[in-house]
Design a protein around this ligand. Structure first.
Ligand code: ADP
Ligand code: MG
Length: 711
């Protein structure tokens, strides 16, 4: 496959058949969640009291009693073996951004007798060693012990493969000293902090303690290209994106792909993806074509945040696997193709208190006072910690996307919509002591006007938008884990809520509660309303305006990551026990290192392809043009045109050689990675220009118009 030409690849693709399995597909309800150690399974496999205890841990966050571990482990083993599992693994999320697993079989033979064992200890903790995962200096290799610890709040599940199955136990991963080495641990800590803060704030409103659930619905964008093209593109194989490729005449200008009818071959793939997800109890809900050609989206129904984060990791894995089965490759990179939209992962986030969605404007004055208080706390959180929020969506891939006129900009602001902004303005205008205008709103007395939930009202350019009953954080990249952004969002909102609770708890009992609350929110609105922006986030004027407002503009990974470890942000993360200063520092190291390494890899493969793949093709074209010129009588009318053709190709050669040499020396001298990145772009420009001149059949790699349109 690897040595087939572009044209042959197209032939292969033309001959592909849709792997459609629509015939005889069983009803969803017959297999939904069948590979999950769910509450129903627990009830079936566990003694009643043990099941009750475990369910209380999962649903109400009660601490787990280690004494039940043996029973749970036994039940899990029985259930998993009945489903064909031979192995178990602690499934965790190291700082690489992907998931990790190390399988052990249940087998503990006695003589020639195969005994299948899985103990309580096996369930609760494991020591996978795993010394090669990045720790940012938290571990030295000689004491590289890393531990995984069972997270009972995310159910165990079974991963199938053609020859069997593995029982996967979601776990947190930490060092011998207890420091977090993964993405889950701080997420769980932040969840705890926000739950506490919400409970406290609701108490200020006189509400009884209820269960707090933080919810996340993660929309996932991705590209599909045919495997035959993929195998012909060393840049995609090595970096996940095209490092070269001229824009085709038609790309996304006509916007005819967005929400278009889905090609049968893609639909067959999507059907298999959904089936695999539904078996895992992942509520895949929406599927559609996205704006760029060959770009698609999958959105599940929202779930509890920790579960949703785990599920999104599985969504990405299933997309890749099923793509392979359908002779596609699923590209989760934030910017696989330049000149067309990149891919994001919209994090829809909200908070439930009992049955009440705190971000759902209510129908009576009391509920609206709560809604406005929560809204203002989020406003305060995002304004105070815009830099920290921005630092969670960094990465070499997402740098291409943020601010590239297709995705939210690198400036964090909030979209509230005209009506809600008007409400905020009214609250601000209606200060106590002012001669209240009649039309202004009075908190706890008036009812909010009905807010539109219609999608047409949404501002798609905003990085952080209120969408009727939730906020949608749109800056995370398609390949990111949601854990980082969610961890920070939970923490900053917890802090802002606690700040409000501090004040509310001190309210005087002699003055009307609503009047005091009104004044408090008003003061916060005045301080933080600069973060609200309902206009076009892509416009150049916004950048100027944001600068004027003093909002942080962190346009790339190094500048944004530097903020992650500012004194203010470390103090906040330490205050809530989400990350210690040492953990922040280590994460900073890991993420910066990853950024530099990724750019270096891209630069090295750019250089190699420039010299060994593109240069020879351009040289050949040049030689042919030169030969044509030497065979042309010097008095021919077209000799001038031929000369100019030779000149163009010669200049292409010259530029490519020079720019490549410059890239090599930048790499050798270990120059600033941003410099290397820019030089890589210069090399690319030479190649992309040549692509428009070299004989089509001689162009060595699949072109954009092929990868994006032939599938
Ligand atoms: P759009 O593309 O218009 O933003 P989608 O339907 O594609 O809308 O995605 C919306 C996402 O928001 C879904 O995952 C949905 O389940 C999720 N969502 C809806 N309500 C909430 C909520 N209260 N909390 C978190 N996520 C929510
Ligand atoms: Mg959306």
């Amino acid at each position: 496959m690897n040595n087939i030409t572009r044209t042959q690849a197209i032939g292969v693709i033309a001959g592909r058949e849709d792997k459609d399995q629509a015939v005889g597909v069983p009803n969803i309800d017959s297999y939904y969640g069948e590979d999950v150690f769910s509450v129903d399974v627990m009830k079936e496999y566990l003694p009643k009291d043990v099941a009750q205890h475990l369910i209380a841990t999962i649903e109400d966050g009660d601490p787990i009693n280690p004494a039940i571990a043996a029973d749970v482990a036994h039940a899990m083993k029985q259930w998993a073996i009945a489903r064909g599992a031979t192995h178990f693994t602690h499934w965790f999320q190291p700082l690489t951004g992907s998931t990790a697993e190390k399988h052990d079989s249940f087998l503990e033979p006695q003589g020639m007798q195969a005994i299948m064992r899985f103990s309580g200890k096996n369930l609760i903790t494991s020591e996978p060693d795993a010394s090669s995962f990045p720790s940012g200096g938290l571990r030295c290799t000689f004491e590289a012990r890393g531990y995984t610890v069972w997270d009972p709040t995310s159910p165990a599940f079974i991963k199938r493969h053609p020859n069997g199955a593995t029982l996967c136990i979601p776990t947190a991963y930490c060092a011998y000293t207890g420091e977090a080495l993964d993405k889950k641990t701080p997420l769980l800590r932040s969840r705890q902090a926000l739950k506490k803060a919400v409970t406290r704030l609701m108490k200020c409103f006189g509400l009884d303690e209820q269960k707090v659930t933080i919810t996340l619905g993660a929309e996932q964008e991705y590209f599909l290209i045919d495997k035959s093209f993929f195998l012909n593109r060393p840049d995609i194989i090595q970096t996940g994106r095209t490092l070269f490729g001229a824009s085709p005449a038609k790309h996304q200008q006509l916007e005819d792909h967005y929400f278009g009818s889905i090609k049968p071959r893609v639909l067959a793939f999507m059907t298999d993806v959904e089936k695999a997800l539904w078996k895992l109890g992942i509520p895949a809900k929406t599927r559609h074509n996205e704006v760029a050609p060959a770009q698609f989206e999958l959105a599940p129904l929202f779930e509890e945040v920790n579960l949703a984060v785990d599920h999104n990791m599985l969504v990405m894995e299933v997309l890749r696997q099923q793509a392979n089965k359908h002779d596609f490759v699923c590209l989760l990179h934030e910017k696989p193709f330049s000149g067309v939209n990149g891919s994001g992962k919209h994090n829809n986030w909200s908070i439930n208190y009992g049955n009440m969605n705190l971000l759902e404007p209510g129908s009576d004055p009391f509920q609206n006072a709560i809604f406005m208080t929560v809204l203002v706390s989020i406003m305060e959180a995002v304004d105070t910690h815009a830099d920290l929020l921005r630092s969670t969506v960094t990465g070499a891939g997402n740098d291409h996307r943020l601010g590239a006129n297709e995705a939210p900009p690198a400036i964090i602001s909030i979209f509230l919509g005209d009506m809600l902004t008007a409400v905020i303005d009214e609250l601000e205008a209606n200060g106590s002591g002012c001669s209240c205008r009649k039309e202004t709103m009075k908190l706890g007395v008036d009812v909010l006007p009905p807010l539109p939930k219609d999608t047409t009202d949404r501002n798609r350019t905003s990085p952080f938008a209120f969408t009727g009953n939730k906020f949608e954080f749109r800056a995370p990249g398609s390949s990111h884990s949601c854990a980082g952004p969610m961890m920070i969002l939970n923490t900053i909102v917890a802090d802002a809520m606690n700040g409000l609770s501090d004040k509310i708890e001190q309210f005087s009992s002699d003055v009307d509660f609503n009047d005091q609350l009104h004044e408090l929110l008003r003061e916060r609105i005045i301080t933080h309303k600069r973060v609200i922006f309902n206009g076009d986030n892509y416009s150049a004027e916004w950048k100027e305006e944001a600068e004027h407002r003093g909002l942080p503009i962190l346009s790339n990974t190094p500048s944004a990551l530097a903020e992650f470890k500012s004194a203010k942000n470390i103090a906040l993360l330490e205050k809530y026990g989400v990350l210690s200063a040492k953990e922040v520092e280590s994460r900073y190291e890991v993420f910066m290192e990853e950024y530099s390494r990724k750019i270096r890899i891209e630069a090295e493969i750019s250089l190699e392809l420039a010299r060994t793949v593109f240069l020879p093709a351009i040289r050949k074209e040049y030689n042919q043009a030169l030969t044509a010129l030497t065979h042309t009588p010097s008095d021919a009318a077209w000799v001038g045109s031929l000369k100019s053709n030779v000149g163009t190709l010669g200049a292409c050669l010259q530029n490519l050689i020079e720019e490549s040499n410059k890239l090599e020396s930048d790499l050798d001298e270990n120059n600033d990675m941003y410099q290397v990145f820019l030089q890589m772009q210069s090399v690319r420009e030479c190649v992309d220009k040549a692509e428009k001149w070299v004989t089509d059949s001689e162009w060595p790699l699949p072109k954009y118009r092929e990868m994006l349109f032939i599938y």
